[in-house]
Design a protein around this ligand. Sequence first.
Ligand code: CAA
Length: 387
Amino acid sequence: MDFELTEELEAVRGLARDVAQRELAPQAAELDRTERFPVESFQRLGELGLLGVNVPEHFGGSEMGVIALTVALEEVAAACASTAVTMSVTNMVGETICRFGNDEQKTRFVPGLTSGALVAGAFCLSEPGSGSDAAAMSTTARRDGDDYILNGTKAWITSGAHAGVLICMARTGAADAGHRGISAFLLEPGMAGFSTGKPEDKCGLRGSNTVSVILEDCRVPAANRLGEEGIGFGIAMTALDGGRITIGSMANGIARAAGEQAASYALERKQFGKPIAEFQAIQHKLADMATELEASRLLVRRAAWLKERATGSGQRFTRQAAMAKVYATENAKRATEEAVQILGGYGYTREYPVERYMRDARVTTIFEGTTEIQKIVIAREILKSIA
Ligand code: CAA
C-alpha cells in the first residue's frame, strides 16, 4: 500500500493548482457577487485536459484516471467551487456518454465536451416533484417514428442554460413500470421544444448556473437515445456513483481553503496580547479541521481507486462512493462554519472568503443525493452483503 501520489498525479495536481490559483481564485468573489457564468474558464480547463480527465484520449480526454480527477477537482474547488461543480458535472457527462453511448454519439459529443467547445455538460434527473425519489419522475418520452417526443420539466439542472449537451432521463414505459420504464436521452439546446427557466437565485455556488429545463413536445431523434430503452435509471445511478466521488473531492477543496484561511488568520489576529493561534480553543478547531479533511480525502481517494479498478469490469463501488460523499460533504459544512467562527465578525463579512466557502459548501450535502439518501444507500449495501 502506498499513500503517496504518483509522479503523474503530482503533475496533475501542479497543473490544476496553477490554473486554479492564477486564473480561477482571483475571479471567484466576483462570480459569486454577479452570478456570472465564466464560459472562458471552461475553454481554458478544456485546453488543459481538465474537462475529460477520465475520458479516453481517442475522444479528446486526457485519460489520466479517476484519482487524477479527484486531485484536480480539489484544487479547482479550493479556488472557486462554482467552477468546480461545473467541471465535475461535465466530466460526469463525458464519462457517461463514453460508457453507455455508441460510437456515433461518442464522436459527436465527447470531443466537444472535453475541449470546452460545448462549454459544459448537464445531467437532468430531478424534477419539481421528484428529487430523492428519482424513479418517481413524470417527464415522458413517446416514440414517434424515428423520434421521441419529450414532455416535462427537469429541475435544479447545473449548467442547464449553457450546456451543449444534456443527459436527460424520461419515462418511455408506463408510470407503474417504476425505474424499469425510464430511458436516457442526449438533448441539444437547439432542439424544438427545448427551453430553460430563469436561473435559480442560490445561496451559494452563485457562479454556477442552475435552471429548470422545460420540454414541450421536444422532438429528439431516436439516434440520441443513450443505451437501450428502459435502462435509463441504471445509467443515472451509475453516473451518480462516480459523481458522488467528485462532489466529495470538491467538498474537500472547499474545506481545505477554509482551513488554510482560518489558520493564517489565527496567526495574524491578536487578542489578549497574543495571536489567537496560541489559544488552545483555536488550536483544537484547527486540529479537528485538518484531521477530518485528511479522513475525507482518504475516503474519496479510496472510492476513486475502487472506481478506477472497476473500470470495464462492471463492478460497483456504490457503498464507498456514498461513504466518501457523505463524510466529505458533512465535513465541508462543519469546517467552513468553524472557519467563520475563527474569523469572528470578519468571517461573517465579504472582506474574507470564508462566508462564501460556507455558502458554497452547504449544497454539497444536498445535490447528487442528500446525506440522508447516501445513508440509505450505504445501509442497503451493507444489508445486501450479509443477506
Ligand atoms: N448502480 C447501478 N444500478 C443501480 C444502482 C447503482 N448505484 N443503484 C440502484 N441501481 C439499480 C438497482 O439494481 C435496481 O435495478 P434492478 O431492479 O434491475 O435490480 C434499480 O436501479 C432500482 O434500484 P432501487 O430499488 O434501489 O431504487 P429506489 O427507487 O429505491 O432508489 C435511490 C434508490 C438510491 C434512493 C435513488 O433514487 C437515488 O439515488 N436517489 C437520489 C437521487 C439523486 O442523487 N439525485 C441527484 C440529482 S443529480 C444532481 O444533483 C447533479 C447536479 O446537477 C449537481
